[in-house]
Design a protein around this ligand. Structure first.
Ligand code: PMP
Length: 394
């Protein structure tokens, strides 16, 4: 049996991690994998997470199963964090999933179950796993223009022109904030235009929000998702706690479905529960319980938000420093977009050949599409990166 298996494509980012590990140069800089790292290169356990874990350990009396959609308290806390009071709670179905990836997967499965001929529109580029999961599930995918490599910003006219091609029932996948891999995001006027297009065409929005709090702040980063959820008849939202709570390996995420009314919400909730049952039964609980403990305790929540804000500001500071260095070295503003981008990533917008030269000549590791993890930098390595970018002639 096993001999008839095909070789699966290796994950490019994981391959890059391996190359980095094997590189003997002590000046090497890792801008590859998508985890937050502090100035010491460490991905820390957040203070509030440690405190909440201690509390859970002290108070938990059983590890028995919870429920197919996870603990309803987690659902309530996350609906509140992501959606605020933009929609009535009785219209929102929610199910915990193994990470944001699990939420994306379950959302696509729900789409396929409800509308078998729906196509999913994705930004070009998008998080590669979106494409990979859609292919795996056999769901037709259409790319819409998004990133403009010339300006480092959005090709909004191209995006809107391509989205005009949607049919009623098609799904448009949008990144709620901190677009991965580009770092370029729509402003609220552009979001409103997208909402108008969705409502005019009858396409269904699906928001992937994996970096709430990494861009402009916890509330600001949720604004677009809230606008869409409040304005469109139906919205799917896949949210991840991996980054903003730093609980990557605990696999903590949630799929929310905003329905037209409480009756359709109940129907949708049943389908979310069913899909969880088919794929893994009960979702992981530990990370979700820690997140719930934090969000429901005023002290832990305040401490978490403060630490997250420090993380956000440190990345913003690195962005500004990098844009400033490049401005100085190039004598031009052509890298100013790096300070405009938000979140952990920026796409430099250069060729794979240049990315390879940065690796070979300067021991700087970024993903082949020129995505850089800004959190892989610190105040000392920013000038080294800037000089390397100019040296190779980008
Ligand atoms: N969506 C996007 C856009 C992401 O960047 C990520 C993390 N790389 C995820 C979803 C899912 O993350 P996780 O499964 O680790 O929660």
């Amino acid at each position: 049996m096993f001999s008839s298996l095909n070789e699966q494509p290796a994950d490019k980012i994981l391959q890059l991690m391996q190359l980095f590990k094997e590189d003997p140069r002590d000046t090497k800089i890792d801008l590859g994998v998508g985890v937050y790292k502090n100035a010491e290169g460490v991905t820390p356990v957040m203070r509030a997470v440690k405190a909440a874990e201690k509390q859970v350990w002290e108070e938990q009396t059983t590890k028995s199963y919870v429920g197919l959609p996870g603990d309803p308290a987690f659902g309530d806390a996350m609906v509140n964090l992501v959606l605020g009071d933009s929609v009535a709670r009785d219209k929102v179905a929610a199910a915990a999933t193994p990470g944001g990836t699990g939420a994306v997967r379950q959302a696509f499965e729900l789409v396929r179950m409800a509308t078998p001929d729906a196509r999913v529109f994705v930004s070009n580029p998008t998080w590669p796993n979106h494409v990979s999961i859609l292919k795996y599930l056999g769901i037709p995918m259409v790319e819409y223009r998004y990133f403009d490599s010339e300006t480092g910003g959005i090709d909004f006219d191209g995006m809107m022109a391509d989205l005009e091609g949607v049919k009623p029932g098609d799904v448009v996948l949008l990144h709620g904030c901190c677009h991965n891999p580009t770092g370029a995001n729509l402003n609220m006027t552009e979001w409103q235009a997208v909402v108008d297009l969705l409502n005019r065409t009858g396409a269904v929005p699906m928001i992937d929000i994996a970096y709430q709090g990494f861009g402009d702040g916890l509330e600001e980063d949720a604004a677009a998702t809230r606008l869409v959820a409040a304005s469109c008849p139906e919205t799917l939202i896949a949210a991840s706690c991996s980054k903003n709570f730093g609980v990557y390996r605990e696999r903590t995420g949630i799929l929310m479905a905003v329905a037209q009314d409480a009756g359709l919400k109940t129907l949708t909730q049943g389908s979310l529960n069913y899909l969880n049952r088919q794929n893994f039964s009960f979702p992981p609980d530990h990370g979700a319980r820690v997140v719930t403990t934090i969000l429901n305790s005023p002290e832990l929540r305040a401490d978490w938000a403060a630490e997250l804000e420090d993380v956000r500001l440190s990345m913003l500071g690195l962005r500004e420093q990098l844009a400033g260095e490049l401005q100085r070295l190039s004598g031009s503003d052509r890298f100013a977009f790096l300070a405009q981008h938000r979140g952990m990533f920026s796409r430099l917008g250069t060729s794979p050949e240049m990315v390879e030269r940065l690796r070979a000549e300067h021991a700087i590791y970024m993903v082949g599409d020129s995505r850089m993890n800004i959190a892989g930098l610190n105040k000392t390595t920013v000038p080294i990166l800037a000089k390397a970018i100019i040296d190779v002639g980008i």
